[in-house]
Design a protein around this ligand. Structure first.
Ligand code: F0G
Length: 417
């Protein structure tokens, strides 16, 4: 998986120019002949491949399905998703000290997180395969997206959540959209182990980011960033900074760039440096990057206020670590206090995000302070989920309400007039 690698010709099992390939041994499979999450031969991760990688001229309309030329279908189960704002944040840009800082706010998707981009494609594939029950393990956002898109498609949904560690807004969404919610006495990684077992036993179709088609939808974040940034600034960003949990998004962005390099739309040296940020209490990817490993070691004990990225065994590490390395990026860990500070700084620009999202800005700040990021850089930070996902964290980070009497003069007096 290198940036410059040549695309293989379509194998015999390709369907309309789409097939699945194992990233470890290269085995290829028909995309929709069977339910398959890993390689039949070596158990490696799979990725979707296309005979014709996309060009910018292929894209029309807006949202995720604008990019259907880069996806396995022309349309999907849509609410609709994508087309999220790329905010200017001038005060934050100034205080961080980079040439350009823009914030891609994925919290503005229909269920309030970037997961919707993956789900619109993943649930479309589920329909193609004819499955009747969808399932995921989740730190919350995936379960909210699965519940909503499953409901839209009229399919049964099952979500496994780490008991007591999912933010209130996310549980409420999964609940109201009709998912069956199982609270597991264990962390996210334990939930993912169980749901993989259930999927292997044919009990449900797995829609975690281990499912290669989820990542196809998430690729469109990269396409939108490149198009929007170029339209505004006349160049591509030097760096994209994003929070990392299971490392699905990092893998998806790398795949997006590789396909554009293959289709001749991007030079390898124009590819933004993928820069991952984790919480100090859950940082196996940072550990792997710092040690130059090509794999992560599972962390059994994980803890952070940013519950969305409270993950110790990032399943997409084999796809994401080459992405960080090949693009010249890096990874950094931040404390919960740094995350909350960044959440406040974003809020002060009117951009409301949940704690995990603010990790991107906290990480950028840290890397800028260390001189790893230069002052001449054009940077995009990804904010992955909306403030309302975790109302308790927002209320704690913000100021307290002040009780006042039911009387205008008393209110004025309280205000100090
Ligand atoms: N930010 C938010 C708000 C998330 O919900 C997640 C992952 C991430 C970042 C990390 O993304 O896994 O692609 O590296 N949430 C998953 C979930 C695990 O279940 O909602 P990643």
């Amino acid at each position: 998986m290198t940036l410059a690698a040549e695309q293989d010709a379509a194998p015999e099992d390709a369907e309309d120019g789409v097939w699945l390939a194992c990233i470890e041994c290269g085995a290829t499979f028909a995309p929709f002949d069977a339910v398959r999450y890993r390689c039949d031969d070596c158990d490696g991760l799979l990725e979707a491949r296309y005979a014709d990688p996309p060009t910018f001229e292929d894209f029309e309309d807006e949202g995720v399905w604008r990019y259907s030329a880069a996806l396995p279908f022309d349309e999907g189960v849509s609410l609709p998703e994508g087309n999220t704002p790329l905010h200017y944040v001038p005060r934050l840009e100034e205080s961080v000290g980079v040439n350009t800082l823009r914030v891609k706010h994925e919290g503005m998707n229909p269920t309030g997180s970037f997961k919707d981009r993956g789900m619109t494609v993943g649930v479309r594939v589920a329909e193609e395969l004819g499955v009747d029950r969808l399932a995921c393990a989740s730190t919350g956002n995936t379960s909210a997206a699965l519940a909503a898109y499953g409901a839209r498609a009229g399919l049964e949904t099952l979500v496994l959540l780490p008991a007591g560690k999912v933010a209130a807004g996310k549980v409420a969404q999964a609940s109201l959209h009709g998912a069956r919610i199982l609270e597991v006495d264990g962390n996210f990684d334990a939930c993912l182990d169980i749901v993989q077992d259930l999927a292997e036993r044919g009990e449900a179709y797995l829609l975690n980011s281990l499912n290669p088609f989820r990542l196809e939808g998430q690729k469109t974040i990269g396409l939108e960033i490149l198009e929007e940034f170029y339209a505004d600034e006349g160049r591509y960003p030097d760096r994209i900074v994003l929070p990392v949990g299971n490392a699905g998004n990092t893998a998806a962005l790398f795949k997006c760039f590789r396909e554009l390099v293959r289709s001749g739309q991007l030079d390898a040296d124009e590819v933004p440096k993928l820069t991952g940020v984790q919480a100090e209490g859950a940082a196996p990817m940072v550990e792997a990057v710092e040690n130059g490993w090509d794999h992560t070691e599972r962390w059994d004990e994980v803890e952070t206020r940013a519950t969305a990225i409270r993950i110790g065994n990032p399943v997409n590490a084999p796809k994401a670590l080459p992405g960080i390395r090949e693009t010249g990026g890096t990874a950094v860990a931040v404390s919960d206090e740094e995350i909350t500070d960044a959440q406040r700084s974003l809020a002060a620009e009117g951009v409301g995000v949940e704690p995990a999202s603010a990790a991107s800005v906290a990480g950028l700040r840290k890397l800028r302070d260390r001189g790893v990021v230069g002052d001449e850089e054009d940077v995009v930070c990804l904010t992955t989920g909306h403030l309302l996902k975790d109302p308790d964290a927002a209320a704690e980070a913000g100021g307290d309400p002040e009780p006042v009497p039911n009387d205008t003069d008393a209110v004025l007096e309280h205000l100090g007039n």
